[in-house]
Design a protein around this ligand. Structure first.
Ligand code: NDP
Length: 479
């Protein structure tokens, strides 16, 4: 059965080609989904613009908008198990992780309900006989484009603040993971969101995505994905002179000084790279270890990695499921082969597991590589898979130079009990998020985004709502 999608104020099956999503754990088809033609994309954009302009939505008071977001959060909580399964059967993440992400999606709506109701605007000091204040107004229609690694969290992270800010949203999910976005739209509808305010256009980026972004109704683009795609999207936004927020790739340095608590540091490193099979933008994929601790750290990591349970994503004891697709596994395998050719030593993993059906499932062992320098291609390019490169360093200056020697700047982790040193390094590292003696702690209340080629703009936090609004200054004469 060809699934329908919400567009132009109703659910349509679309006249574009059928999109098939595949379960990467089994190789079987998960769903067949309709896609829109260019004229159906245009109709969806025009309907979204009409919906965004409705006075009932534009003028909705913040506390009423907050109530709507709370109802969506309630529905998301009720549907948590369904949402978790839908993501699991499309991207293969363990059920444990999918459940946590479904809960986080509901929490995001609750957070933006609170922000929407409490965020205050400025009243700049007057320089004459007038009062001056600042209004924040929606762009109209926001196009949200998302990747396949964590649709549950990322789509909520865009849709909740964009609605809280008073916009209509059109989501173009990754062609690999469409079902969570469709379910989010169903949830919004059940919560009473008026038709046309939340649309989902399934399909490929190069046709449905590009057509969407070029439509004149789109007033703002919020994109998460790879840096190369982000650059193309920024070019479209520049040509159209519309704002864009870009959350892009990373090659984050994870740093262990020789005075660190090695048990805690190794546990942090392990989670930081292997959770979600390394398919995380903030994966700590370059591990810098102070030379004196290098061998001990590698030995501990190799021992710990062998204890990770790789299995089918729905099994309760599975730590790591498959990669998101066969094509992605091939890409990861290509990088490991490259590391071997460059003289890297495979300290752990580097192959498919023997105990799983790797013909049907995109399984791969978590892999640790030593003996390469920061110049190697595997240390420079984002692999987006379970591959950790360990690189020694001698002193702080050498470390900061190497850690910053990358086009990316998304995240960094530092392990040391010496807070003055950790603070110095945190300040010197070019990254949007730095963790000290922890890794991958993420809060919807904290701004998130990248330095350098890891992105533009900051999602989340109070300013995450302002991302979806434009500012207007009002002057009222007092004399
Ligand atoms: P891609 O950049 O390939 O795709 C992201 C989205 O953009 C997909 O929906 C894709 O559609 C769409 N797209 C592709 N081309 C166009 C186009 N010309 N116009 C409009 N839309 C387009 O990334 P992946 O899906 O492969 O995701 C992995 C990447 O995402 C990694 O680099 C990772 O670092 C990054 N990422 C960044 C995060 C952050 O917060 N900084 C978080 C998570 C991931 P299609 O489905 O056809 O590919």
């Amino acid at each position: 059965m060809r699934l329908s999608f919400p567009a132009s104020g109703g659910w349509i099956t679309g006249s574009g080609p059928t999109l098939k999503t595949v379960n990467p754990a089994t190789g079987t088809i998960t769903a067949e989904i309709g896609t829109p033609t260019a004229s159906e994309v245009a109709a969806a954009c025009e309907a979204a613009l009409q919906a965004a302009r409705q006075p009932a939505w534009r003028r909705l008071k913040p506390h009423q908008r907050a109530a709507m977001l709370h109802r969506i959060a309630d529905e998301l909580t009720r549907e948590g198990e369904t949402l978790a399964h839908l993501q699991m059967v499309e991207n293969g993440k363990s059920l444990k992780e999918c459940r946590a992400q479904a809960a986080s999606a509901a929490a995001t709506f609750r957070y933006y309900a609170a922000v929407c109701e409490t965020l205050e605007a400025a009243m700049p000091p007057s320089r004459g006989e007038y009062v001056n204040f600042t209004l924040h107004q929606p762009y109209g229609v926001v196009a949200a484009i998302t990747p396949w690694n964590s649709p549950l969290t990322m789509e909520a992270q865009k849709v909740a603040p964009a609605l809280a800010a008073g916009n209509a949203v059109i989501l173009k999910p990754s062609e690999l993971t469409t079902l969570p976005g469709l379910e989010l739209a169903r949830v919004c509808e059940r919560a009473g969101l008026p038709p046309g305010l939340m649309s989902v256009l399934p399909g490929h980026g190069r046709d449905v995505g590009a057509t969407l972004l070029n439509h004149p109704a789109i007033g703002m683009i919020s994109f998460t994905g790879g840096t190369a795609t982000g650059r193309m999207i920024a070019e479209t936004a520049a040509r159209r002179l519309i704002p864009t927020a870009l959350e892009l790739g990373g090659k984050s340095p994870h740093i262990i000084f020789d005075d660190a608590d090695l048990d805690a540091a190794c546990a942090g490193v392990l989670d930081g790279i292997f959770e979600g099979m390394g398919q995380s933008c903030v994966a700590g994929s370059r591990l810098f270890v102070q030379r004196g601790a290098h061998d001990a750290v590698v030995a501990r990591l190799c021992e710990a990695v062998r204890k990770l349970r790789i299995g089918t994503p729905d099994a309760v004891d599975t730590d790591l499921g498959p990669l998101a697709s066969m094509a992605h596994r091939e890409r990861v395998e290509g990088y490991v082969a490259l590391a071997r050719n460059d003289g890297g030593r495979i300290a752990a993993g580097g192959k498919r597991p023997d105990h799983l059906d790797c013909e049907r499932g995109a399984y791969y062992l978590p892999t640790i590589i030593t003996g390469l320098s920061n110049e190697a291609r595997v240390c420079r390019e984002e692999i987006f898979g379970p591959v950790l490169c360990v690189i020694p360093f001698d002193n702080e200056a050498d470390l900061v130079r190497q850690a910053n020697d990358t086009v990316y700047g998304l995240a960094c982790g530092i392990w040391s009990p010496d807070f003055k040193r950790a603070w110095r390094v945190a300040e010197a590292i070019e990254a949007g998020t730095v963790w000290i003696n922890t890794y991958k702690q993420l809060s919807i209340a904290a701004p998130f985004g990248g330095f350098k080629e890891s992105g533009l703009g900051r999602e989340k936090g109070l300013t995450g709502l302002r991302l979806y609004q434009q500012t207007k200054s009002i002057y009222i004469a007092t004399a």
